[in-house]
Design a protein around this ligand. Structure first.
Ligand code: AMP
Length: 600
């Protein structure tokens, strides 16, 4: 682990990507295969491969106390060090004592991580973490703590680890990227690359793939400036979900690749009836069904991406029902058990907009136009057999399916309608009608583009309501005033700097969250405080918020060099992890566009 840690130090010391890649490459060359495979996972900032559900569940507070105890420093001293370094891993490296019997291998650390993950209860986890850190040199401990907290902060993205693997084992980069995308396991990818077996990497059903991401646009003109053949869909305000369906078995995965099937017990039944094995991409949305369940069984026409009129799409949309606000869906999130009452009162729909795999074949590389055709066929042309042996109902896409366990709950799998627009005015019109349907805005997609997991490019664009919104990470919180006196309701938040190795504060907002959310967040923040400064608590940078604002200013009030005017917290983004938050580049882009609009 000492070599691993030294490699990380060297990677952090340079801003040049090529140098970072070559340092990691040299390290891989010095490793045996097992060691390289585990190191690749650690280098991507994770204790376990991305596809695995396993988590360590070690809180920042526990780590904080263990570091303080082992270093025999007071919590005040640790606080001072933390304020200087801004990272508990770095603090551990500074304060933990050096002894002669320390030194661990990467393999030993992985084994310890697995034991920690398997241990139940904070107490037993803490014992194992203490044991691990005692046997690590201070430099090793620095990186162990960083991996436990889920972020190395050395400016090394997984894509650079892929480059290093390609270079070390002499394979074309796209082959490495493809294997990693299919396996969701950079360690296994390393192993296959080292053994010249990359072509053996196969997609595994029920191991989530990365999600294709969208870039924001500022105007309808920009929305049609990158490609000519655009498919337009409503941007639904729900949560992204990838559905894996095989022989009646169904699992749903969130954007963070966590399994969320249990929160939506009405969907598996409806999806299990698909005629083929498939992986679908879509948005789960709180849904208002058009009439009493059972009364209206709508068979709807597909809106083909080839259609050049928008009217049929509009009609289609009204027939299906409409989205309800995100706050309603929020009640359903993160639940292991959903009550019948909740199923009845807050039903959801799965708005499917893409297909990644069908019947033994990955279709990612096909154009969106082709994928849309496959999806249309899958969801509507074929008759969908509902796997309910008691009733054997036969369903069609767009009909209301009824989950067998909760007969009064409608659960619809809806093909997200697709519109066309060739002129900015049409886009504007669609934008207004999407909003009137309660949706957030539009998604504009290049019909000739492939599905690129985990990538944010210009093939998918998003057009949203506000001047702009940013996804930010909460770094510190304060107690409120007036009726918010006992709760932590003022949040300081940050975006990533250029190398994504540091968070830079950009603003502070009074919470726009509900009282219940604030109460819940207060509890979370108290449990995850890393530096209690009395009136202000520095917290673990884990909570992502979406903030909207009317204007942006240059300002030296925050370390990002910018400040937001009239910031409002739109909502908690529990579906996003801190790494998904925006960067300073995005801030600069908004700043530049704002200047352009103002004619500056
Ligand atoms: P944002 O979360 O603001 O970065 O916007 C991207 C998100 O919009 C995606 O991750 C999806 O969760 C969501 N979304 C809603 N409707 C669509 C759609 N029709 N196509 C793709 N993504 C959508």
């Amino acid at each position: 682990m000492q070599r691993f840690a030294k490699t990380c130090e060297a990677v952090a010391a340079t801003t040049k990507k090529l140098e970072k890649v070559s340092i990691v490459g040299d390290y891989f060359k010095s490793c045996v295969i097992d060691e390289a495979a585990i190191s690749a996972v650690f280098l991507s900032g994770r204790p376990f491969p991305a596809w695995e559900e396993t988590t360590l569940q070690v809180g920042g507070r526990s780590l904080w106390q263990i570091v303080s105890e082992l270093s025999q420093k007071s919590e005040g001293e640790i606080s001072t060090a933390y304020r200087r370094r801004g990272d508990l891993g770095a603090v551990a490296g500074d304060v933990l004592p050096q002894r002669t019997d320390q030194n661990l291998t990467v393999l030993e650390i992985e084994r310890a991580f697995r034991q920690i993950a398997a241990a139940r209860g904070t107490g037993s986890k803490d014992v194992l973490v203490r044991e691990l850190l005692t046997h690590a040199t201070p430099l090793e401990a620095k990186y162990i703590v960083k991996i436990i907290t889920g972020d190395l902060r050395i400016g090394l993205k997984e894509s650079l680890v892929e480059e290093a693997i390609a270079k070390t084992y002499a394979h074309p980069l796209p082959e490495v990227q493809r294997a990693n995308m299919l396996l969701g396991d950079i360690g296994e990818t390393t192993r296959l690359a080292a053994e010249n077996k990359l072509s053996e990497a196969r997609m595994r059903l029920f191991h989530p793939l990365g999600f294709m991401l969208a870039s924001p646009i500022e105007s309808p003109e920009e929305g049609l400036s990158y490609f000519t053949d655009a498919a337009i869909e409503d941007k639904y305000d729900g949560i992204r979900a990838q559905a894996h369906v095989s022989s009646g078995e169904v699992k749903l995965f969130s954007r963070t690749r966590d399994e969320i099937t249990e929160s939506f017990p009405e969907l598996p039944g409806a999806l299990a009836g698909l005629p083929h094995d498939a992986i679908l991409d879509g948005e789960i949305v709180a849904w208002e069904y058009p009439a009493k369940p059972g009364d209206t069984r709508q068979i709807v026409d597909q809106v083909s991406p080839h259609a050049d009129k928008t009217e049929s799409g509009e009609q289609h949309v009204t027939n299906l029902g409409r989205a309800r606000p995100f706050t309603i869906l929020q009640q359903r999130l993160g639940r292991k058990r959903v009550s019948d009452k909740m199923l009845r009162e807050s039903p959801v729909a799965y708005l499917v907009f893409d297909v990644l795999y069908l019947n033994g074949e990955l279709v990612l590389d096909r154009s969106l136009l082709e994928r849309a055709r496959i999806l249309d066929e899958l969801l509507s042309a074929e008759r969908v057999r509902h796997e309910d042996t008691r009733t054997q109902r036969t369903l069609k896409q767009g009909t209301l399916a009824f989950d067998s366990d909760a007969p009064t709950t409608p659960a619809s799998i809806i093909r997200a309608p697709v519109f066309r627009a060739a002129f900015p005015e049409q886009l504007e019109e669609l934008f207004v009608s999407a909003q009137s349907r309660g949706n957030e805005g539009l998604m504009i997609k290049d019909l000739n583009s492939a599905y690129t997991p985990g990538k944010r490019g210009k093939s998918w664009l998003k057009m949203k309501r506000e001047l702009a919104t940013l996804d930010v990470v909460v770094t510190a919180v304060e107690y409120g005033h007036g009726k918010r006196i006992g709760v932590l309701s003022d949040y300081t938040y940050a975006v990533w700097d250029t190398n994504k190795d540091r968070l830079v504060n950009i603003g502070k907002a009074y919470s726009g969250l509900t009282d219940a959310e604030i109460a819940e967040m207060t509890k979370w923040f108290l449990d995850h405080t890393v530096d209690d400064q009395g009136f202000r608590l520095v917290v673990e940078p884990k909570i992502v918020l979406e903030v909207a604002f009317n204007n942006m200013m240059k300002s030296d009030r925050h370390d990002s060099g910018y400040a937001l005017r009239f910031p409002r917290i739109v909502r908690l983004r529990s579906d996003k992890s801190p790494e998904d938050a925006d960067t300073i580049e995005r801030v600069r882009e908004i700043w530049t566009n704002q200047g352009k609009r103002a004619g500056l």
